[in-house]
Design a binder for this molecule. Structure first.
Ligand code: AHM
Ligand code: MG
Length: 352
């Protein structure tokens, strides 16, 4: 046997990758953990790197496509949201600890045949959020939520039952933004951490440790084209923000990709809203794989997320693709929102 002394001279020993970080977090908070959770998260990071590589070549793939090499069935050039979905299904499918997944791209929950044993995790995701923006080079992303398979769940049970858990049960949540750089943000309930993909080494490297959402920002973010159809209390709330009555006159920023609009809100503060509208009276965003993960991250970073009638993570899910209004932001904006929206629920931002 040969014993080698590590020589880090010349190597950048200050780099912390997302894998190192997850393992260190586990050692700190769950010293008896088996490491299976970090194996699961490595499946997600791998799938997002596959997707990012495609997203970065999206324009080129279109050019190649017009050269005549793509058949009309789209068999050669897959739509990127289908590709992102398949990457996640594949990378999570080969991890035996994943029992069930649910995706925006699939009607039903998905289980895996031929497994030797039971997995213990349920993973929900939106593989490519905001994909309608891809053609015009706007940031898109992947959002995910991790739950534990409920106690006593057997293969005879309907997998949908395992998916329909409130956001309070999330073990972890995160997202990746494929933007001017690619960043992964995640929480396991011990703060929120961000990792920027270093393309030269193909690794997510710690760039934003313990992110805190500013208590007050200067932006609100909503699709004001629907203004006339927002409920009155939402219009009054936004008018208050615009008026300068809070001591700040809020400006509007709206990208139209939740993941990008939320990422800005997380780092810069302010509030993102997708209220009920005429077109989407229940709200547009999906509870299980958009609103819940975003809400867990916001709360972990000192913000708050509401459905308009209480804390998002308390909303009892009834179906996989359930929609919800979503209002998420910093402490000051959310306290003001609750004054306008008088929640039926007793929880206010102050109780987080
Ligand atoms: P998608 O999951 O079909 O991409 O739709 C969700 C997207 C969100 O990313 C974004 O916040 C919202 O739809 C934008 O909707 P609108 O165009 O109505 O403003
Ligand atoms: Mg989406």
């Amino acid at each position: 046997m040969k014993n080698v002394t590590l020589d880090t001279a010349g190597a950048d020993s200050t780099i912390i990758t997302v894998q190192q970080h997850i393992l260190a977090e586990q050692r700190k908070h769950s010293p008896h953990a088996s490491g299976s959770f970090s194996w699961l998260l490595s499946g997600i990071t791998l799938a997002t790197k596959m997707t990012e590589a495609r997203v970065r070549r999206a324009g080129l793939l279109d050019v190649l496509g017009t050269a005549g090499n793509v058949n009309v069935q789209g068999e050669v050039q897959q739509k990127l949201d289908v590709y992102a979905d398949r990457a996640l299904v594949h990378c999570l499918g080969v991890r035996e600890n994943v029992a069930i997944i649910a995706s925006e791209e699939s009607e039903e929950a998905i289980t895996f045949d031929g497994r030797s044993g039971h997995g213990k995790y349920v993973v929900l995701f939106d593989p490519l959020d905001g994909s309608s923006n891809l053609d015009v080079n706007v940031s898109v992303g992947t959002i995910f939520s991790v739950l534990r398979l409920p106690e006593g769940f057997t293969s005879e049970d309907n997998p949908t039952k395992a998916v329909l858990q409130p956001g309070t049960e999330q073990l972890a949540a995160g997202y990746v933004v494929y933007g001017s750089s690619t960043i992964m943000v995640y929480t396991t309930g011990h703060g929120v951490h961000g990792f920027t993909l270093d393309p030269s080494i193909g690794a997510y490297v710690l760039s934003h440790e313990n992110i805190r959402m500013p208590e007050q920002g200067t932006y609100y973010s909503s699709n004001d084209a629907y203004w006339d159809t927002f409920p009155a209390e939402y219009r009054e709330y936004i008018a208050h923000l615009r008026s300068g009555a809070t001591g700040r006159r809020y400006a509007l920023r709206y990208i139209g990709s939740l993941v990008a609009d939320f990422h800005r809100t997380l780092l810069r503060g302010g509030v993102f809203l997708y209220p009920p509208t005429d077109k989407n009276p229940e709200g547009k965003l999906r509870l299980l794989y958009e609103a819940n993960p975003v809400a867990m991250i916001a709360e972990q970073a000192g913000g708050f997320a509401s459905s308009g009638s209480g804390r998002i993570v308390d909303v009892p899910p009834t179906e996989i693709h359930q929609r919800t209004p979503l209002i998420v932001g910093g402490k000051e904006e959310m306290e003001l929102f609750e004054e306008y929206c008088k929640p039926a629920h007793s929880c206010t931002p102050a109780c987080v």
